[in-house]
Design a protein around this ligand. Structure first.
Ligand SMILES: N[C@@H](CCC(=O)N[C@@H](CS)C(=O)NCC(=O)O)C(=O)O
Length: 216
């Protein structure tokens, strides 16, 4: 049995979505990013920095969304990635890990717009810069996926990057990035994405559709 430690709207959505694509049975344990449950000793034993996602797969514990995706694909879903030595493997690894380049900008923007509650704690310069840097990453990913997916076929890299594209729409106007809305629509049309959304849980982090950069 697979147990996924998850928080709504977080990077653990990647693993939730992958598990739905695979059709593997799993158990969802939902934690909160705000109530301290991720700092409880039992969660720190699974994820030493107190983060999600974390998984337990038949006794094997793993944290880091990219590592979990790679492990699940290797052990349960080889059809979702080119194998080592196959054409497209380098491109697959590159885009799989590029998801966390986008994730770093999303994390900074989430900190500034949502976690830092007082105006004086926030840096408008960082907020504007991070939104611009995220938009550049978004444009790069979407340009690569213009014919459908990041690789010639849908792969787990689309799940990793696709989650970032999905959340990027909170900080970057998708209509200003050619192809972004179409790629997101293709991702969201997948039945597994829709099943994962239905499991994601009540909004915890993002309560607005869009968080504009401060003027200036
Ligand atoms: N690179 C890690 C990042 C994990 C991460 O920071 N997750 C966030 C949610 S998106 C989290 O658990 N935040 C809680 C905290 O920072 O206390 C991954 O991809 O798994």
């Amino acid at each position: 049995m697979i147990t996924l430690y998850h928080a709504p709207q977080s990077r653990s959505f990647r693993v939730l979505w992958l598990l739905e694509e695979i059709g593997a049975p799993y158990r969802l344990e939902t934690l909160s990013v705000f109530d301290g449950t991720m700092r409880a000793p039992e969660h720190l034993a699974r994820s030493p920095a107190g983060r999600v996602p974390a998984v337990e797969i038949e006794g094997q514990r793993i944290f880091e969304s990219g590592a979990i995706i790679q492990y699940l694909v290797e052990t349960r879903a080889p059809h979702l990635a080119p194998a080592p030595g196959e054409a497209g493997r380098a491109d697959y690894l590159q885009w799989l890990h590029f998801a966390e380049t986008m994730g770093a900008h999303l994390a900074n923007l989430t900190q500034h717009h949502i976690v830092l509650r007082e105006e004086w704690m926030r840096s408008p310069t960082v907020m504007r810069l991070e939104a611009k840097r995220l938009a550049i990453c978004l444009a790069a990913a979407v340009a690569q996926a213009r014919d459908g997916w990041l690789l010639p076929e849908f792969s787990a890299a689309d799940i990793a990057v696709g989650y970032a594209v999905h959340v990027a729409g909170r900080f970057v106007r998708l209509d200003e990035v050619p192809g972004a809305r179409d790629y997101l629509d293709r991702l969201a049309a997948r039945p597994a994405f829709q099943r994962a959304q239905a499991q994601d849980g009540a909004a915890q982090i993002y309560r607005r559709d869009f968080y504009p950069p401060p003027e200036g």
